[in-house]
Design a protein. Structure first.
Length: 477
């Protein structure tokens, strides 16, 4: 269990510092979004703005930022990694940008090493120091992520949105991928659960936070999974929600991101937020968060989902061992689709690993609808790139079908709550609606808003009905 050896006085002092350092920002964002001005942004027009900002600014700058990660200060390696045509007249600006990037990287690397030692190391660290170390980590990580801006002078130069690593179709037929063609093996929980390390705790606005850490049971990932836990204070055997994030979202590495489910922690529900494969601490060298998923489509979808489902099994097992309350799965976008894959495949799992309820935001019945046909996939050109390598539409659909949720869920549909956007083109609305209909989710559990993919979280800050309905479902178990 998390460390609880701090004295009450020290805990109170640390809580005050944390409140001053974090809850002020959180409350300002929440108050702003819930104000009349915030209401202007929780509208469908925001989706168009978000799409433009993402496709013209954030993702191009992310590709340049990822190249800087691989370049390690070398302009030549940077140019090769993007890749981009050399521009001698810009060499001075590029050199200075890489120097600023390296300063931020060294600072965040040192901060994360201190964090790892303080939260998971064998020594003792006082609660005040833990608060300071965590705040330093998130400060420096946010600064490091923001070094994307140093490369904006290259944004209008032609370069690929993704550094492609598309596998050849023959790879699916190889020995290494044979198990992926059978859902019973590809999505089976680990025979032996990995050991889950639990960090020390820090006080947080909704109770206390700590982290879980374990080896991914996926041989393809071969890395370490981290999950942040928001633990309500003073609740014995709290209900638990394992909640996954969207693609390219790295919630534990930026200040002040919107938290759609923060009210659940305030209401006494434990929320576990794992980092998906190829995101956050799990990003591969020379990549930005989530890029590998698209770079390796369609096999990247199969690789990520089989890993993430097995990792959810580990978290379900951990939660069962740490509460007698109900345990639910959920997520937004990518996180919702991972959870729905788990919910279906859990029919063949031991009963204790089957979730009791689900909360899905903008899910998709068919992964092809999002990963190939969705508006973001079209912006990146994943379908055309796959076809260039030799993936026919039929072969791509065959891979996606291996991941799609077939058949009835392992959960009573009355325990599933879903939010859909009727103007969603990222995880298209018609596909999410098909999932709801196929599963027989009752109408009172489905919230359909006239919004797109990116405005849904803003609306959730103003409309508590879906969370309220989900809490009612948990309360009935």
């Amino acid at each position: 269990m998390p460390d609880t050896t701090a004295t009450p006085a020290a805990a109170d002092a640390a809580n005050a510092r944390t409140t001053q350092a974090t809850i002020g920002l959180e409350n300002r964002v929440a108050r702003w979004l819930r104000s009349p001005i915030g209401a202007l942004f929780a509208q469908a027009w925001f989706d168009r703005l978000a799409y433009i900002l993402l496709t013209r600014w954030f993702f191009p700058l992310s590709r340049l930022w990822a190249a800087a990660r691989e370049a390690e200060g070398s302009p030549e390696r940077f140019i090769k990694s993007v890749p981009i045509e050399p521009a001698p007249k810009l060499s001075g600006r590029l050199t200075r940008a890489l120097e600023r990037f390296e300063v931020a990287r060294r600072a965040v690397t040192a901060a994360e090493e201190r964090w790892e030692a303080a939260f998971f190391g064998p020594g003792e660290t006082g609660p005040d120091d833990l608060v300071a170390i965590e705040m330093d980590r998130i400060d420096r990580r946010t600064t490091y992520n923001a070094t994307r801006r140093h490369f904006r002078f290259l944004r209008k130069r032609p370069f690929p949105a993704i550094r492609w690593e598309t596998p050849h179709p023959e790879q699916l037929e190889s020995e290494a991928y044979r198990e992926f063609t059978n859902a019973k093996t590809a999505f089976a929980p680990p025979e032996t659960m990995p050991e889950v390390a639990v960090s020390r705790t820090v006080p947080a606005p909704t109770g206390r936070d700590y982290w879980l850490r374990f080896a991914s049971p996926s041989p393809i990932m071969n890395d370490t999974v981290y999950a942040r836990v928001h633990e309500p204070e003073g609740v014995e055997n709290p209900p638990t929600l394992v909640f996954g994030h969207g693609v390219c979202v790295e919630f534990d590495h930026w200040h002040n991101l919107i938290d759609e489910v923060a009210d659940l922690s305030r209401a006494g529900i434990r929320v576990i937020r794992p980092e998906a494969p190829w995101h956050g601490r799990r990003v591969l060298p020379g990549r930005f968060g989530g890029e590998t998923l698209f770079a390796r489509t369609p096999l990247g979808v199969l690789e990520l989902f089989t890993a993430a489902v097995r990792e959810q099994a580990v978290l379900l097992d951990w939660a069962r061992n740490h509460t007698s309350g109900p345990v639910a799965l959920g997520g937004s976008s990518l996180g919702a689709m991972i959870s729905q894959a788990t919910i279906v495949n859990a029919r063949d799992w031991p009963e204790r690993l089957r979730p009791d309820a689900a909360f899905l935001i903008t899910p998709c019945a068919r992964h092809e609808d999002a990963a190939v046909k969705g508006v973001m996939a079209k912006a990146w050109g994943t379908a055309s790139r796959s076809e260039e390598i030799g993936w026919s539409q039929e072969k791509t659909a065959e891979v996606m079908d291996l991941v799609d949720p077939h058949g009835a869920p392992s959960i009573d549909p009355a325990r599933i709550v879903v939010i859909l956007g009727s103007r969603d083109q990222v995880t298209p609305y018609h596909s999410g609606l098909k999932l709801v209909e196929d599963w027989g989710v009752p109408a009172e559990n489905v919230f359909t808003w006239p919004l797109g993919h990116f405005s849904i979280p803003l609306r959730m800050m103003r409309d508590a009905r879906p969370l309220g309905r989900f809490m009612s479902v948990l309360g009935s178990l």
